[in-house]
Write a protein that binds this ligand. Structure first.
Ligand code: ADE
Ligand code: ZN
Length: 363
C-alpha cells in the first residue's frame, strides 16, 4: 500500500468541525429554495469571500437556509457521511451555533433534536459516533446570549450535548468576556473549549495571554487552534506540560494563511503540544478530513509513527466516556497495526495530485 492510501485509511477522530461550515453547497441551495431564503450568490461561487470576516458572514447567511427539524437532520446526516467516506472518521464532536438559526424561526429543541436524529441515522449506517458542542459566535453574540444558550440547554437536556465552545472573531469577544457563562456551564456539568490564538485574519488578533485566560478563568480542558501561542515560549511550555489538547485545522478561510499555519502546527507538535487534527468548515473551505491529513503530512514530512500518535491522540482528547474510549483504543490499535504491516516501506509520496481540494459541486 502507498503512503497516500495509508494516510486515508488511518482511523480518525474529528473534534473541530462547525456544522454551519459543513453543509454541502447543493444542499444549501435546495434548502434555501425550500425555505424561501435568498442566498447571496449561486452555489458555484457561494463559498468565496474577501477575508475572515466575509467568511463568517457567508457562514451565517448560509445557516439561515436551515430551518426545520428535518433540515437539521439532513445536514447532520450528510456531514457524517462525508466524514466517513472521505476521512475514515470513527467519532466526531460537532460545534453548532443555536443563535445562527433562531433568527429564521427555529427553536433550540428542534435544532438539537433534528441534529441528533441525523447523527443517529448516520451512526447506524456508517458506524460513526457523534457528540455536540453548543457554540457562541463572539462576533455577533453578547454574554447575555451565552447565558440564554445555557438556559436552552438546561431546558432541553440531551446527553449528546456535552460541552460549550466559543468561535467567531477572537478580538470581538476575548476570553474574559465569557467568564460568568463558562462558570455556569461548568456548574451544569458541561465541558468547555474555545477558539484561541487563531490567525483569524492576522496572528495579532489572538495574543498568547488568551491561552492563560481560557485555562485559568474559563476552565477549558481542550482548546481549538492555538497557533499564536508560539509567540510566548513560556506559555507554550505550560501548554505542553499540561498536555492540553489543541484541535487544529490545516486549511484556513484565508488561502495565504494556510502554508504558514501548517508550519506552525509542525512547530507546535515539535514543541510537545498535544495536537489533534480537524477540518473546521470542510465544505466551505473545500476540504475533507483526508485532504487535511494528506496536506499536513506532505507539508511536515510526518511518518507512520506520527500518524499513529495523532490517530490515538484524537481518542484521548475526545469527551467520550472512558468505556467508549477503551473500545476505540483497541479498534484503532488493531487497525493501525494492520495498515503499517501493509504499507510499502519505500513509499512516502504525497504529491500535489493527492492534495487536490474537493469540488464545490460534487459529481
Ligand atoms: N467559525 C467557523 N469556523 C471558524 C473559525 N475557524 N474561527 C472562528 N470561528 C469560526
Ligand atoms: Zn473552528
Amino acid at each position: 500500500m502507498g503512503y497516500s492510501d495509508f494516510i486515508d485509511l488511518v482511523p480518525k477522530v474529528e473534534l473541530h468541525l462547525h456544522i454551519a461550515g459543513a453543509v454541502r453547497a447543493t444542499t444549501l441551495v435546495e434548502l434555501a429554495e425550500k425555505n424561501g431564503v435568498l442566498l447571496p450568490r449561486p452555489a458555484e461561487t457561494l463559498f468565496q469571500w474577501q477575508d475572515f470576516y466575509g467568511f463568517l458572514e457567508i457562514l451565517r447567511l448560509g445557516a439561515l437556509a436551515v430551518k426545520d427539524r428535518e433540515d437539521f437532520a439532513r445536514v447532520a446526516y450528510e456531514c457524517i457521511e462525508d466524514l466517513h467516506r472521505d476521512g475514515n472518521v470513527r467519532h466526531t464532536e460537532i460545534f453548532f451555533n443555536p443563535h445562527y438559526y433562531t433568527p429564521s424561526g427555529a427553536i433550540y429543541p428542534d435544532i438539537v433534536d433534528g441534529l441528533i436524529e441525523g447523527l443517529e441515522r448516520a451512526e447506524a449506517e456508517f458506524g460513526v459516533s457523534a457528540l455536540l458542542i453548543a457554540c457562541i459566535d463572539r462576533s455577533v453574540c453578547l454574554p447575555s446570549e451565552a447565558l440564554e444558550m445555557l438556559d436552552w440547554i438546561a431546558g432541553h437536556p440531551r446527553h449528546q450535548v456535552v460541552g460549550v465552545g466559543l468561535d467567531g472573531a477572537e478580538r470581538a469577544g476575548p476570553p474574559l468576556v465569557w467568564v460568568e457563562a463558562w462558570r455556569r456551564a461548568a456548574r451544569a456539568g458541561l465541558r468547555r473549549t474555545a477558539h484561541v490564538c487563531e490567525d483569524n485574519q492576522t496572528l495579532f488578533e489572538g495574543p498568547p495571554t488568551h491561552f492563560s485566560h481560557c485555562r485559568d478563568a474559563l476552565g477549558c480542558d481542550r482548546l481549538d487552534h492555538g497557533y499564536n501561542m508560539l509567540a510566548d515560549p513560556a506559555i507554550t511550555a505550560r501548554a505542553a506540560a499540561e498536555g492540553v489538547p489543541f484541535t487544529m485545522a490545516c486549511w484556513s478561510s484565508i488561502p495565504g494563511n494556510r502554508g504558514p499555519r501548517q508550519q506552525r502546527i509542525k512547530r507546535m507538535y515539535e514543541a510537545g503540544l498535544n495536537i489533534v487534527l480537524g477540518t473546521d468548515d470542510p465544505t466551505f473551505f473545500r476540504t475533507t478530513m483526508n485532504h487535511c491529513w494528506r496536506t499536513l503530512f506532505a507539508a511536515t514530512g510526518w511518518q507512520p509513527a506520527d500518524a499513529r500518535r495523532l490517530s490515538l491522540a484524537g481518542i484521548e482528547a475526545s469527551w467520550l466516556p472512558e468505556a467508549q474510549k477503551e473500545i476505540l483504543r483497541a479498534e484503532f490499535a488493531a487497525r493501525l497495526d494492520a495498515l503499517e504491516a501493509a504499507l510499502d516501506p519505500a513509499d512516502r509520496a504525497l504529491d500535489e495530485a493527492v492534495q487536490r481540494p474537493r469540488p464545490v459541486m460534487p459529481g
